[in-house]
Design a protein around this ligand. Sequence first.
Ligand SMILES: Cc1ncc(COP(=O)(O)OP(=O)(O)O)c(N)n1
Ligand SMILES: Cc1nc(C(=O)O)sc1CCOP(=O)(O)O
Ligand SMILES: [Mg+2]
Length: 211
Amino acid sequence: MLTLTFPATSRRLGLYPVVDSVEWIERLLGTGVKTIQLRIKDKRDEEVEADVVAAIALGKRYNARLFINDYWRLAIKHGAYGVHLGQEDMDVANLAAISEAGLRLGLSTHDNMEMDRALSANPSYIALGHVFPTQTKQMPSSPQGLNKLAEHIQTLGDYSTVAIGGISLDRVPAVLATGVGSVAVVSAITQAPDWRAATAKLLELAGTGDE
Ligand SMILES: Cc1ncc(COP(=O)(O)OP(=O)(O)O)c(N)n1
Ligand SMILES: Cc1nc(C(=O)O)sc1CCOP(=O)(O)O
Ligand SMILES: [Mg+2]
């Protein structure tokens, strides 16, 4: 099997908001967030292209690590910092094209088998989910919990790692205590009564990631 390589990303990506609009990208980069993902679901490439272009431009302007979820062709076409893909996406995406274009790759995992499969692609980071129950996405698997997350982090050694799923502000210290390098959140920011205050607190806890 052909061995692919992807550029490294920071070992610790810090706070990693996952959001569904350019408006959120702009707001959050303005607060000092340095790792972020544009996650728009179930649209055609033509419908999201302008948003992908705008998000990538903002990522560059703020010197941030901007990952595009799912739309790997557009991410290549417009020179994103990186792409995030799930296990099903791996079946259809052209990983070799992402590698050749020099984009970073993040991959989702939900159990040991998925972790082995993801590792065989040599991604720039491995995401581990879902740690806790989440209202944001229907999950076919059960939450992994903190003990399992800690076990995975031990196994992954120096790999860049991201925890996701049900991570509320009050759960962040326990998640970081597992040694994971990043906490990815949706609702902890987008559903917060005061998103600015929530983001400031999350940044204080998780940081902006390593340079
Ligand atoms: C950081 C991070 N981790 C996991 C996911 C989930 O990706 P995926 O499994 O492809 O599911 P969708 O987000 O596409 O619904 C993610 N987006 N980001
Ligand atoms: C998009 C996504 N992927 C997950 C995974 O486990 O792969 S959990 C998730 C949703 C995370 O949202 P919240 O922070 O609101 O729980
Ligand atoms: Mg996906």
